[in-house]
Design a protein around this ligand. Structure first.
Ligand SMILES: Cc1cc2nc3c(=O)[nH]c(=O)nc-3n(C[C@H](O)[C@H](O)[C@H](O)COP(=O)(O)OP(=O)(O)OC[C@H]3O[C@@H](n4cnc5c(N)ncnc54)[C@H](O)[C@@H]3O)c2cc1C
Length: 498
């Protein structure tokens, strides 16, 4: 089989392992060049690791320690989001952010953050006294807030829509993507690297390890891993669409010995979101939630904003940070396997930093011999299948939901008012889809109050029709709704809101 590599065209210039924000950003960066690029992703879709479940903040860059990779790439990445969102049509908004002061001692913490931010190159940072803060952010809790550090450069993004947009654009510009392809081994092969998955072997001149929580395992395929990754889980509560209205900025709490504190933020789709906490865990795939941890998240969030109601909560979820023993982003060549580049330990603010990290990785690859010749056919733009718009009255949506299949005005998801046409479009955007969750991340069908109760069978039918994927192969949501409802009930009891 190996001798047939060239003939079978399984030799690439670059193979990227992992299709999270980092892998997708690098794939898009490389698609601007003539290089042959393959992305191998273990999961059923892009953006299924840390990139799917996080706070979605485009950080301003004041919190990361001056001189660190985090500080450097966070600021550079932050400044790329506005133009990227226009090119790739994903939801992003520069909302600014505030870090609150609850006690007199917090002013010193905020001033240190301000100084650190200035040293990092962040512009517009200012300390606001209570009156100025409240006129800027009216939804804050009425008691116990003294003021804040304001950063105008922070923003919010839909993280999975961002990663999907990057990869769709990369694929349309010639990058190959293979889902369900977990990399199992790496070996030197002539002057290349042999990459093995259960289905197939591939070879490449360069391999980039962007495997998130799996990065140490991938590194260890080449020799003893030079770093370790400890998965650190953070839990969140998401509230119904509209609950984020009137909150016009991201609200952080002062960092303390127990970590960053929980944040309260609007999402790009006008939900309110609170979280995360931080728990070190053994299994990076453990995305469970529990009512006790979430009760603590609610109590802490209410110090910042207290006008939300638990009966508006529609989803409990958690994300897992790939925290490394280095405490900083790792961008380095393997000492054991020439051509293997690690982009590892990319915890927060990794989403923000991702486009800048991709540029840096490209620079490192070019310095080691990768061609930087431009792809003459590169297309910079990509369109999303859905866009934000106010919801129509429920009666109208219910009528549109009763229209027959194939009617261009038929609505599939009543809660988020997603049209059949948008789902069909999403299914033909270059990434093969095989799960109702993948459709949800692209179109919001199933993202609303009923969490897919109504639309799940309809989405499944469309998946079967449009992709010719056998019905038995369609993956249904991994999270059990009954269990989530039970947790929400337990949470309400714990907080005496039942
Ligand atoms: C709770 C939480 C909150 C956060 N908040 C923010 C924030 O507000 N702003 C911000 O900037 N950053 C934030 N982050 C950080 C950000 O989410 C991450 O830095 C970013 O998503 C990392 O992307 P990644 O591509 O490195 O990893 P991932 O998204 O985890 O992607 C890695 C991919 O590699 C795949 N993979 C693993 N092993 C293999 C293998 N052997 N073969 C093939 N594929 C493999 C996985 O399936 C996965 O899809 C947060 C993270 C968490 C968890």
């Amino acid at each position: 089989m190996r001798d047939g590599f060239q003939a079978k065209k399984m030799v690439y210039d670059v193979i990227i392992i992992g299709a999270g924000a980092i892998g997708c950003a690098l794939a898009r960066q490389l698609s601007q060049t003539v290089n042959r690029v393959l992305v191998l992703e273990a999961g059923e879709d892009v953006s299924i690791g840390a990139t799917r479940a996080n706070s979605g903040i485009v950080h301003g860059g004041f919190a990361s320690k001056n001189g660190s990779n985090k500080a450097r790439f966070c600021l550079a990445g932050n400044r790329m989001f506005s133009s990227l969102s226009k090119e790739l049509d994903f939801p992003y908004r520069q909302t600014g952010s505030v870090v609150l002061a609850f006690r007199d001692e917090d002013w010193e913490v905020l001033e240190n953050l301000r100084q650190n931010g200035l040293a990092n190159g962040v512009e517009g940072l200012s300390l606001l006294k209570e009156d100025a803060l409240r006129s800027r952010v009216p939804r804050l809790a009425p008691e116990g807030i003294l003021g804040a550090l304001y950063c105008p450069e922070s923003g919010i993004v839909s993280p999975y829509e961002y990663a999907i947009a990057l990869m769709e654009n990369a694929v349309s510009n010639g990058v190959e993507l293979k889902l369900f392809h977990p990399v199992q081994s790496l070996q030197p092969y002539q002057d290349q690297i042999l990459v093995q998955t259960p289905q197939q072997e591939f070879a490449a001149h360069f391999v980039v390890n962007a495997a998130g929580c799996g990065a140490a395992e991938v590194a260890a395929m080449a020799g003893p891993s030079p770093f370790s990754i400890t998965p650190r889980k953070g839990q969140y509560i998401l509230f119904r669409r509209g609950s984020g209205d009137g909150l016009n900025t991201v609200v952080f709490q002062p960092p303390g010995p127990m970590g960053k504190g929980v944040l309260v933020t609007p999402t790009t789709w006008s939900n309110l979101m609170i979280g995360p906490d931080a728990q070190e865990i053994e299994d990076a795939n453990d995305v469970s939630t529990d009512p006790q941890s979430l009760a603590s998240v609610v109590q802490r969030a209410k110090r910042s904003v207290c006008d939300f109601q638990l009966h508006d909560a529609i989803r409990l979820f958690s994300g897992v940070r790939p925290a490394s023993n280095r405490g900083d982003f790792i961008l380095e060549w393997s000492e054991h396997l020439p051509g293997l580049l690690h982009l590892a330990g990319i915890e927060s603010p990794g989403l923000t930093a991702s486009p800048a990290l991709a540029q840096e990785a490209f620079r490192m690859l070019v310095q080691s011999g990768l061609s930087e010749n431009a792809n003459p056919d590169f297309t910079r733009h990509r369109r999303a299948p859905v866009h934000y718009q106010a919801l129509a009255p429920a009666k109208e949506a219910a009528a549109a939901a009763r229209l027959p299949e194939g009617n261009p005005e038929r609505i599939v998801c009543r809660c988020e008012q997603v049209e059949e046409q948008a789902i069909k479009e999403a299914l033909h955007h270059g990434i093969p889809l095989s799960s109702t969750d993948a459709v949800k991340r692209r179109t919001r069908a199933g993202m609303g109050i009923c969490q897919g109760n109504f639309c799940l069978p309809r989405v499944k039918d469309l998946l079967v029709q449009e992709t010719q994927c056998p019905e038995s192969d369609i993956l249904l949501p991994s999270r059990d709704k009954g269990e989530m409802k039970a947790q929400l009930d337990a949470l309400r009891r714990l907080l005496h809101e039942d």
